[in-house]
Design a protein around this ligand. Structure first.
Ligand code: SF4
Length: 181
């Protein structure tokens, strides 16, 4: 006789073949995780690295993401890749504001994350000065593997996010801190 004990037995009436016990949040999370539509906001060299990530060697479509969206209203993952000049900050913010919830943001590379080597009067020292960021990918430029890892981290966030998070006080306070309505 086996010593293994099953501690999480399904409730009475929900046992046997053909039954699946889950919750709505997990199902919605799985759907969101596997159907992200990225909007590539590429301004310089890191954008070229993203093109390689989309190419046959790395093939981002393996993650259900071959459908790039160049319309913010049909995108839920904003990927900012490249040097962002201060003059471009309001435009980036405008793009972010046009995206519907739930939306996620990746800062790809040193420039988008912190201004990179361009510590100058004209370059935004990180896009988190104008919009909230979920994942930072380091590197100048980051390799495609790093970009893919960043996307997989976004997938984990999407899969595990509570359905109530976007209506919660903490999230509202985050948007308020950026003066985003
Ligand atoms: S992080 Fe490096 S590779 Fe990427 S945009 Fe800046 S300078 Fe170019």
């Amino acid at each position: 006789m086996s010593n293994v004990q099953i501690v999480n037995e399904p409730p009475v009436g929900l046992q046997g073949e053909g039954f699946l016990v889950t919750n709505l949040s997990a199902v919605v999370g799985m759907a969101r995780k596997n159907s992200l539509w990225p909007l590539p906001f590429a301004t310089s060299c890191c954008g070229i690295e993203f093109m390689s990530t989309m190419g046959p060697n790395y093939d981002l479509s393996r993650f259900g993401m071959e459908r790039l969206s160049f319309s913010p209203r049909q995108a839920d993952l904003l990927m900012v890749m490249g040097t962002i000049a201060k003059k471009m900050g309001p435009i980036l913010r405008h793009v972010y504001e046009q995206m519907a919830e739930p939306r996620w943001v990746i800062a790809v590379g040193a420039c988008a994350s912190s201004g990179g080597v361009f510590d100058s009067y004209s370059v935004l020292q990180g896009i988190d000065k104008v919009i909230p960021v979920d994942v930072y990918v380091p590197g100048c430029p980051p390799r495609p593997e790093q970009i893919i890892q960043g996307i997989m981290q976004i997938q984990e966030l999407a899969a595990s996010e509570s359905l109530r998070r976007r209506n919660g006080d903490q999230y509202k306070a985050l948007l308020d801190s950026y003066n985003i309505k």
